[in-house]
Design a protein. Structure first.
Length: 504
């Protein structure tokens, strides 16, 4: 057999590969301990395709857009391994609409319009695949669940203009952009936006909610990330709709398995443990915020309760905006504090499963502060433990993107490790009206809880970045960590666009 004949024989014997790229609605989430973990539909395609004849390589990554994915090793792997006769299934959209420079692509414009969503899909995914004589299938993004059944706006990926960090991010219709792209290029299209919208509208709401991940047996994780049940349904839609296309991928659909999944496929995670008694999370009698965000007066406050003194206040302005005040800056009244020994603060907090990587971020405006600014602290925290309305001494471990004052000096970013306060870099004093961008990234999570934490404080004058490495914020048997917007001593702070993004 000649070398050429051998190459041809090897190509004939090689199984084609279905490469899958996309975001959290497509990706894997290994090792989660929540009650009903997250699954992307890329994990369930194997239930509907004949894997004895085709291999599936799911390269999708949570939190990525079609733009930010280009920086990942998985993208480099795709380009180096995709070959003639293989398949590429594309499932982006959820994060392309984010008003962030690193992730945003414009839904307006066609595949020839530089900077557009369609241009990015075509230039970086479709054209390289077609050049290698691979076959491409494009999916529109699944809808986010809306209990009111309104899918003509963001739940259906039709966005409005947004202004962030001094830049305008144009709104647009992301599913329509994909439909137009596939029409112009004669590419197979799977319209998951339409499929999931109809599914949500026609299912019993109690069953529809179970399409999504749950942190406990009763608390829904969010309205975006799907459970095993939801991922199976979306994979079913992909397989079913492939049969209506001209794609050769439809030849691998297992028609005998092509039935919609039922709720019985959803099983409680054997690794799930109910929230530990170590943390006492409940709605505050003093600050009854809308769950899943809770208000608290916590730590060494100097008094037992806000009802017995002018300690502070927490006001909810919107789903992602709060005003947190501790002390009374206008009266130069100082309460609580953060020092070498213990903490006392007011905060709005939420909790998440400790096993994952996260980005916690918020814009913060210092509305007012006491005259002695060296006694003022505020910002974001990720803590191993917090309780609702417990005015007792505490020195639990945590990291913070924010400010702390020690011995007349102010520091950006700090942590408490093994009970000891560790300040970051000294910075100039702040002023009332100053605006900051705070963020904490939890990354490189190992052993389910040990992780690196990158804390960032940005202003118009400087950016301070501090990494607290290999920090263990697991509290006994508790499987949660706690995300806090806080103010301490004598500060009134407006937090806006507060969000907790899952990164893996």
């Amino acid at each position: 057999m000649t070398g050429k004949e051998k190459d041809m024989q090897e190509k004939k014997e090689k199984k084609p590969v279905l490469f899958v790229v996309g975001d959290s609605t497509v990706s894997e989430f290994p090792g989660e301990t929540i009650a009903y973990p997250r699954y992307g539909y890329g994990t369930r395609l194997k239930d509907y395709l004949d894997t004895s004849k085709i291999d599936i390589k799911n390269l999708a990554l949570s939190g990525r857009s079609s733009k930010s994915f280009l920086k990942e090793e998985n993208y480099a792997y795709l380009l180096s391994h995709l070959s003639e006769g293989d398949f590429l299934l594309i499932g982006f959209g959820h994060n392309d609409e984010k008003a962030e420079e690193e992730r945003f692509t414009d839904a307006n414009g066609d595949y020839k319009t530089e900077g557009s969503f369609a241009y990015n899909l075509y230039t970086n995914y479709i054209r390289p695949a077609l050049d290698k004589k691979a076959h491409v299938v494009v999916c529109t993004p699944i809808c986010r669940y809306d209990p009111d059944g309104y899918y003509s706006a963001q739940s259906g990926h039709v966005t409005s203009d947004a202004f962030a960090n001094g830049k305008l991010y144009k709104g647009g219709d992301y599913p329509a952009s994909i439909r137009k792209l596939c029409s112009e290029l004669s590419l197979p299209l799977i319209d998951l936006t339409e499929e999931t919208k109809e599914l949500y509208l026609h299912l019993d709401p109690k069953i529809a909610r179970r399409l999504f991940a749950f942190t406990s047996e009763d608390v829904q994780y969010d309205k975006t990330h799907t459970s095993f049940f939801g991922a199976s349904y979306n994979a079913y839609f992909v397989a079913k709709d492939l049969l209506k296309t001209s794609s050769p991928l439809k030849e691998y659909v297992r028609k005998e398995k092509l039935v919609p999944p039922t709720l019985e496929c959803l099983k409680l995670n054997p690794a799930y443990r109910p929230l530990s008694k170590n943390s006492e999370v409940r709605v505050s009698d003093l600050f009854p915020l809308k769950e899943p965000v809770y208000g608290t007066e916590y730590g060494n406050l100097g008094e037992l309760s806000v009802s017995k003194g002018d300690l502070g206040d927490i006001k909810e302005l919107a789903e992602d905006a709060y005003i947190v005040r501790m002390g009374n800056p206008r009266k130069n009244l100082y309460k609580g504090g953060i020092d070498e020994e213990q903490d006392g603060f007011f905060g709005a907090f939420a909790f998440k499963d400790i096993d994952n990587d996260y980005l916690f971020a918020s814009k913060a405006t210092l509305l007012s502060c006491g005259a002695d600014k060296t006694r003022v602290s505020f910002g974001l925290m990720i803590r191993k433990e917090i309780k609702t309305d417990v005015p007792l001494s505490t020195h639990t471990d945590y990291v913070s993107a924010g400010f702390v004052s020690l011995h007349g000096k102010t520091y950006a970013n700090f942590s408490r490790r093994n009970g000891k306060l560790v300040p970051g870099e000294e910075v100039p004093i702040f002023n009332e009206g100053d605006v900051f961008m705070f963020s904490i990234e939890k990354s490189h999570t190992v052993y389910g809880h040990v992780a690196d934490y990158t804390c960032i404080v940005k202003t118009g004058d400087y950016e301070k970045r501090t990494v607290f490495s290999a920090l263990d914020l697991k509290n006994g048997e508790d499987t949660k960590i706690y995300f806090v917007l806080f103010a301490s001593t004598s500060a009134e702070v407006k937090f806006e666009h507060a969000e907790i993004l899952t990164l893996n």
